[in-house]
Design a protein around this ligand. Structure first.
Ligand code: NAD
Length: 500
């Protein structure tokens, strides 16, 4: 059983409805990135544990009641889980903040989004009745039925731990699948809590399984194992490429939600105050550790200098702090390794000729000395085609480019192998729609940035992803469509030789 000791979560793996120790006996300490305090000690799975979890999910799919449970009842279970998370929302939000270091208020928003997602798919589950296909022949019954894919391997990152998990878990369960969830090794706490919640909601044993641990050991079998039918992954491009290659050997269904290098285009006719405000939120929310972060600001020439001066001025006033500092506007990075990665990114950008307008350092504030903090940073004079505007930093770093006209803005914004999201700021509605239509990115916000709707699809163009999450597409990703054709008046056709 998971044990909670003096506020520190301790947990094992959740396999076949039981909490059990990792076979090799390894454990991992989870520490808060804001101050290094101990949050949890959890068991660390290796490949054998994950195979045991896959086996449990396989048995629950092949022999258990869940895939055949009426869709409305599956939906009811998701609605019950939503109610239970609402009941426990404070504990969930606190755990999320301790693991990630993000401000409590952001975790509270995330938990509200988690509940909305569960409710959305809880209601959608019952509304997937299949359809009749008119065969044009009264002696034929022909229909499409939707069935679960089977065992799903769900692999998630550390930036929005429970939200990323629920975007996969909710549609997978609504469609009648079983799953093995492998959250990021850095942020397992809310996934552990989710298993308890699903159990309390009445999910049959073996439908939900949880393995904790490093990607290469605990995660890898989910991409390669023949008993896994679908792998859904959210994380970095390099890992996603490896997962797609491993999944190809057994022709699994693959959904990939990968990185982004997201343009935020500001035209000279934009509302100045609104565009400045959103430009800052777009990139510095959660210290830039957001896949859709507007990390690439692209400003029209005539506005550029005045706009950038104001962005820099406001960036310098951003207050950093831990999850429970009520005055903090953003928090730490997830780990020491990630902090070093951001430092290398900024150093590389400056080698390419970028000008550092603000930030570029770890803060010197004594208050922050035990956390992985990095000052919000603005780099100007970055050139198209360079590392700085093509590669994802996934941290609090804004690069600024300039453009002449509409065509130039679109050309610059599309000059990336990613295609996840982007923003357009202008008072000219027609221009905004024209530009949005030409951007090769999966979500475009006009005069806004970052709003999330569970009923809308989410996914990337180009190397930002394969498949789509949420909305109607979210359930389709977790279903097989089966065509059932029945001859209602069977009899011989005699296309070949007749009997004598
Ligand atoms: P990551 O790729 O390092 O890890 C993601 C998950 O994959 C973790 O659980 C990790 O343990 C696991 N993993 C690593 N190697 C594996 C392997 N060989 N086999 C199986 N699993 C493996 O990514 P991260 O650092 O956790 O997250 C940051 C990245 O995620 C960024 O690139 C960000 O843009 C992306 N992201 C994308 C979206 C989206 O919706 N498109 C959302 C959030 C984050």
């Amino acid at each position: 059983m998971p044990r909670d000791k003096i506020g520190v979560l301790m947990a094992e793996l959740f396999i076949g409805g039981e909490w059990m120790s990792a076979l090799a006996g390894g454990t991992r300490e989870i520490r808060c990135p804001a101050d290094g305090s101990l949050v949890a000690t959890v068991d660390e799975a290796d490949g054998d544990d994950t195979e045991a979890a896959i086996d449990a999910a396989r048995r629950a799919f092949d022999n258990g009641p869940w895939p055949g449970t009426p869709a409305a009842e599956r939906g009811d279970l998701l609605l019950r889980a939503a109610d239970l998370i609402t009941r426990d929302k404070d504990a969930y939000a606190r755990a999320e903040s301790l693991d990630t270091g993000k401000r409590l208020v952001e975790s509270e928003y995330d938990m509200a989004d988690v509940v909305a997602c569960l409710r959305y798919f809880g209601k959608l589950a019952a509304n997937e009745p299949g359809r009749i296909v008119d065969a044009g022949n009264p002696n034929v019954s022909s229909r499409i039925v939707y069935e679960p894919v089977g065992v799903c391997g769900l692999i998630t990152p550390w930036n929005y731990p429970l939200l990323q998990a629920i975007w996969k878990v909710a549609p997978a369960l609504a469609a009648g699948n079983t799953f093995v969830l492998k959250p990021s090794e850095l942020t397992p706490s809310t996934a552990i809590m989710l298993m308890r919640t699903l159990q309390e909601a009445g999910l049959p044993d073996g439908v939900a399984n949880l393995v904790l641990g490093a990607g290469a050991q605990a995660g890898a079998p989910l991409a390669g194992h023949p008993d896994v039918d679908l792998v859904s992954f959210t994380g970095g491009l390099a890992t996603g490429t490896r997962i797609a290659a491993a999944a190809a050997a057994t022709v699994k269904k693959v959904a990939l939600e990968l990185g982004g290098k997201n343009p935020n285009i500001v035209f000279a006719d934009a509302d100045f105050e609104t565009a400045v405000d959103y430009a800052i939120t777009a990139v510095f929310l959660h210290s830039g550790q957001v896949c859709s972060a507007g990390a690439r600001l692209i400003v029209q020439n005539e506005l550029h200098d005045e706009f950038v001066d104001e962005v820099v001025r406001r960036t310098e006033r951003i207050r950093l702090g831990g999850p429970f500092d009520p005055d903090a506007e953003t928090g730490p990075l997830i780990s020491a390794a990630h902090l070093e990665k951001i430092e290398h990114y900024v150093a590389a950008a400056m080698t390419e000729g970028a000008t550092l307008r603000t930030g570029g350092w770890r803060p010197q504030d004594e208050r922050l000395k035990d956390g992985f903090y990095y000052l919000p940073t603005v780099l100007t004079d970055v050139k198209q085609g360079t590392y700085a505007v093509r590669e994802e930093a996934f941290g609090p770093v804004l690069t600024v480019e300039r453009f002449t006209d509409e065509d130039d803005a679109v050309r610059i914004a599309n000059d990336t192998h990613y295609g996840l999201a982007g923003g357009v700021f202008t008072k000219d509605g027609d221009k905004a729609q024209r530009v949005a239509a030409r951007l090769r990115h999966g979500t475009i916000w006009i005069n806004d940035y970052h709003p999330y709707l569970p009923q809308a699809e989410w996914g990337g163009f180009k190397r930002s992803g394969v498949g789509r999450e949420l909305g109607r597409a979210g359930l389709a990703e977790y279903q097989e469509a089966k065509h059932i054709y029945q001859n209602l008046k069977p009899g011989p056709q005699y296309w070949f030789s007749r009997p004598d």
